[in-house]
Design a protein around this ligand. Structure first.
Ligand code: CMC
Length: 432
């Protein structure tokens, strides 16, 4: 039987429907609250607000559970094929052999970036933030595909398979181009015969007349890193994609906005901040005490990067997988990275500290991902763009849910105004 919550306000009672998700998570539906009571629901930062129903990802932060379309992240990570997980996230089912082949082919066919678009990149100073370049390049895509990105839900959904493939494949190519541009190296064209990750490594690291052939361990690690980022429910950047998409903005424009949101150090930018922190601990010969002490000050600018999560209150299952993979990958590649030992010591020190324990702050995915990326040759300033390649399937799947929801509304939260009360305009001469 459908449950109802009862809100009592000024001696009147208002029934509010209770919603239950697949895994038993519950919500009070407050949509009628304003119309019936004149009140809005206040929830700064939306920390306790369900902004949508979604079939893509289930996340239980208290128990460290993450599942895409029902499949536990641990099982997907056990067969690291980023393209397969991308298909699952976007289309809802694991692909059969034919679907996997066709999807792979669409990605291969749409890997190259138009020559004209290279000029956009070349307009940036080489010192520019790779995330700024990436979002600008992605936001330019509608100009090159006006027939696919029309800002009309119905028309754009008809071309969804193609736009989705263009987005995933080209974001990967653009990231490699940004790297080459910043290094002053010529761009390398994608090769149709290579797998998604090998093609990326080829476009990043091939020399003139000498194709880069990655070690299988490196391809494997890259697939794993990207896969672990594929989707993560209503995080800051994915919610941004949904919000922008809800205005009927096309897929590319919506993803570009998500990439901007991802760039912040409290979100995707944390993987860079973690490595900077570990590096300075290494350079100073410190044991991390200074960073832990500073993090406890409560200042947002001094947080222990790679620690804490808006939703996980037990452990981040991605951090567990990636932390274990770090040991395996570095061993296989014969790399002895002192930053790994520093990270492990820092983790142990924080996990013994009352401040972190009482606030349930644990390592998140960004705490160890940088160490793997560094081991496979990705420079630190490109880490957040790697996160963007990995998160593209999640952005795409969420945009599709918004675009194909016949009852969807434009995202438009409300506020409580706390500024000055009404006052009259003052001529300049009367102002203090
Ligand atoms: N270092 C020190 N204190 C922290 C940290 C941290 N990393 N994270 C949270 N706190 C404190 C916070 O100040 C608050 O203290 P108090 O109760 O005394 O006011 C308390 O812990 C609870 O904070 P919260 O409500 O759990 O934090 P939040 O939801 O506002 O923020 C977060 C979540 C991820 C932005 C935050 O934990 C953080 O800034 N972490 C460092 C940045 C980081 O690693 N980001 C990557 C997140 S995972 C990848 C992704 O999806 O983006």
């Amino acid at each position: 039987m459908a449950k109802t919550a009862l809100l009592k306000l000024d001696d009147k009672e208002y029934p509010l429907p209770v919603m239950t998700g697949t895994e038993g998570e519950m919500a009070i539906d407050t949509r009628t609250l304003r119309a019936t009571t004149g009140h809005i629901a206040y929830d700064q930062g939306y920390g306790n607000t369900g902004s949508c129903e979604s079939q893509i990802t289930f996340l239980d932060g208290d128990n460290g559970i993450l599942r895409h379309r029902g499949y536990p992240i641990e099982q997907l990570a056990g067969h690291p094929d980023f393209v397969e997980t991308a298909y699952l996230v976007i289309y809802g089912e694991l692909p059969n052999a034919t679907q996997r082949k066709e999807f792979g082919l669409r990605l291969r066919k749409n890997a190259a970036v138009e020559t004209q678009m290279q000029k956009i990149l070349e307009g940036f100073p080489t010192s520019a933030s790779p995330m700024a370049m990436l979002s600008a390049m992605v936001s330019a895509l509608p100009a090159y595909y006006p027939e696919l990105a029309t800002n009309n839900f119905e028309k754009d959904l008809k071309n969804f398979d193609l736009t989705a493939a263009i987005a995933i494949s080209k974001i990967r190519t653009i990231v490699a181009m940004i790297y080459r541009y910043q290094k002053g190296l010529p761009f390398v064209f994608p090769k149709q015969e290579l797998t998604f990750c090998d093609n990326f490594l080829h476009m990043m690291f091939s020399e003139p007349y000498q194709d880069h052939v990655p070690l299988p361990e490196v391809s494997h690690a890259l697939n794993l890193v990207l896969l672990l980022h594929a989707d993560h429910e209503q995080n800051c950047s994915t919610s941004t994609v949904r919000m922008v998409g809800s205005s009927a903005a096309n897929l590319f424009t919506s993803i570009s906005a998500g990439i901007c949101a991802l760039s912040g150090p409290l979100h995707g930018g944390a993987n860079v901040a973690v490595m900077q922190m570990l590096q300075s601990i290494h350079d100073e010969g410190d044991d991390g005490t200074r960073f832990i002490a500073a993090a406890k000050s409560g200042s947002k600018s001094n947080r222990l990067m790679g620690f804490g999560h808006a939703v996980y209150r037990n452990f981040d299952p991605r951090a567990k997988i990636i932390g274990e993979a770090c040991d395996v990958v570095l061993k296989k590649l014969g790399i002895n990275d002192p930053l790994l030992a520093i990270a492990k010591n820092l983790e142990q020190a924080a996990l013994r500290d009352e401040y972190f324990v009482s606030r349930k702050l644990y390592p998140n995915v960004d705490f160890y991902s940088g160490i793997i990326m560094r081991a496979i040759g990705i420079p630190m300033n490109m880490f957040t763009t790697m996160f963007a390649i990995g998160r593209a399937p999640g952005y795409i799947a969420n945009w599709k849910e918004v675009a194909s929801n016949p009852k969807g509304r434009i995202y438009r939260p409300r506020q409580i105004y706390v500024g000055p009360a009404k006052r009259d305009y003052l001529p300049m001469a009367d102002r203090k």
